[in-house]
Design a protein around this ligand. Structure first.
Ligand SMILES: Nc1nc2c(c(=O)[nH]1)N=C([C@H](O)[C@H](O)COP(=O)(O)OP(=O)(O)OP(=O)(O)O)CN2
Length: 142
């Protein structure tokens, strides 16, 4: 028993999968769709958020901020590009990179967003990341 909220945001970006043998080893782009779920046993009992899990406005702003931070960036797994390549992309070309300490799979991105939202004290229960309209990975918070 309990209550849930759901909201979503999307971001455009580029990535490639390290150690992947197939087309995804090449640099390519996605419009990633991120769906976040909150779950709580009871509702707030006082104040502006009485009888809510959380104000939708607070929830959607948090998700938009976390997701928007990656928008129009190149998601790069740390250690996957040579230092000279990184320098050329950032210093010479001025491209915006998001360095991540994991392989940039939809599964890892779902966990990444869940952890970022949990760090904001939101009662996150699940994050889904759609890499394409039909393919989705989920991370569940126990
Ligand atoms: N479990 C996962 N599998 C794959 C991931 C992933 O994150 N988790 N990622 C990829 C690639 O990033 C790739 O871009 C997406 O793969 P794919 O479904 O093959 O791409 P398309 O939808 O463009 O394929 P179509 O050929 O158009 O069907 C691979 N796997």
């Amino acid at each position: 028993m309990g209550y849930g909220l759901k909201t979503e945001a999307s971001f455009d970006g580029a990535h490639f999968l390290t150690d992947y043998y197939g087309k995804c080893e090449n640099l390519h782009g996605h419009r990633w769709r991120v769906v976040a779920y909150l779950r709580q046993d009871g509702l707030r009992d006082e104040g502006t958020m009485r009888d809510m899990v959380l104000d939708f406005g607070v929830f959607k702003r948090a998700v938009r901020e976390e997701v928007g931070a990656l928008d129009h960036t190149f998601l790069v797994e740390e250690g996957s590009l040579k230092p000279g390549t990184l320098r050329a992309l950032t210093e010479d070309e001025g491209f915006r990179l998001t360095m991540l300490p994991f392989r940039t799979t939809a599964e890892n991105l779902a966990r990444y967003f869940a952890e970022r939202l949990l760090a904001r004290d939101l009662p996150v229960s699940q994050v889904d990341v759609y890499e394409t309209p039909l393919n989705c990975a989920s991370y569940f918070v126990e």
